[in-house]
Design a protein around this ligand. Structure first.
Ligand code: HEM
Length: 208
């Protein structure tokens, strides 16, 4: 972003704090969970200290959306609503997905505050979050028969793998399309907003 480029405010400081806290907890959980399968580190991750680290990160992960709701109710509810609401432009957007993946998006149908791909990503994260939290709490707190325990463990692990794959995609698109500044310093360039979120840009300009 050059010093003279026009920028548009996108994420408030508190939204950025919760996003990065959630991300930190997510990676601690991912690596402390994956570590159980890696012989070089499994002695630590399976130890009392390793299990404590996993549980502390789990509490932070589950607590962050609650803190988001308490501190920025409008932002939180908007995220939930937008993630599960798709208009005709969003449905057409999915037809441009292949060129979009290769960073060659042209003539995209106009998108609102979050584009159709982000909506799908965020919706999957929300569903995955609910599944990982419920299965994690069951593994932590419930005494289950062996079959149910094994099923819960499989759901927990598979959900985490899917969330990790989604995160790789999320980070890929963030950098291909230059969205990072929105979550870093709170603003995006007008050029980015015009390409990715023209309906949202028009709303922001009308508000001024
Ligand atoms: C290094 C890792 C990450 C980077 C660089 C990153 C970057 C970003 C950026 C730039 C945005 C704003 C996109 C926009 O302007 O539309 C965003 C939003 C978001 N990201 Fe990430 N992210 C990361 C990790 C994660 C993880 C691990 C998750 C969840 C598993 C996640 C879930 C979300 C969600 C749900 C939003 C929407 C937030 C809201 O509307 O309040 N991110 N991320």
């Amino acid at each position: 972003m050059s010093g003279t480029e026009k920028t548009i405010p996108r994420y408030r400081p508190i939204q950025r704090v919760w996003h990065w806290l959630f991300t930190l907890a997510f990676f601690v959980l991912l690596f402390s969970g994956l570590g159980l399968f890696i012989p070089a580190v499994s002695a630590f991750t399976a130890s009392a200290a390793g299990r404590l680290v996993h549980r502390i990160a789990a509490v932070v992960l589950m607590g962050t959306p609650v803190l988001y709701l308490i501190t920025d109710r409008a932002g939180f509810l908007q995220l939930i609503k937008d993630s599960f609401t798709y208009d005709a432009d969003d449905r057409t957007w999915f037809r441009h997905f292949i060129p979009y993946v290769f960073g060659k998006a042209r003539n995209l149908p106009p998108q609102g505050r979050i584009n159709a791909g982000e909506k799908l990503h965020h919706a999957a994260i929300i569903i995955g979050f609910v599944m990982i939290s419920i299965s994690g709490l069951m593994l932590w707190l419930a005494t289950m028969p062996p079959t149910l325990h094994m099923l819960t463990l499989i759901i927990h692990d598979v959900t985490m793998v899917l969330l990790a794959v989604l995160t790789i995609g999320h980070v890929f698109f963030v950098f291909v399309y230059g969205a990072f500044s929105g979550m870093w310093n709170g603003s995006v360039t007008e050029a980015y907003a015009r390409l990715e979120h023209p309906k949202w840009l028009a709303q922001m300009q009308a508000k001024k």
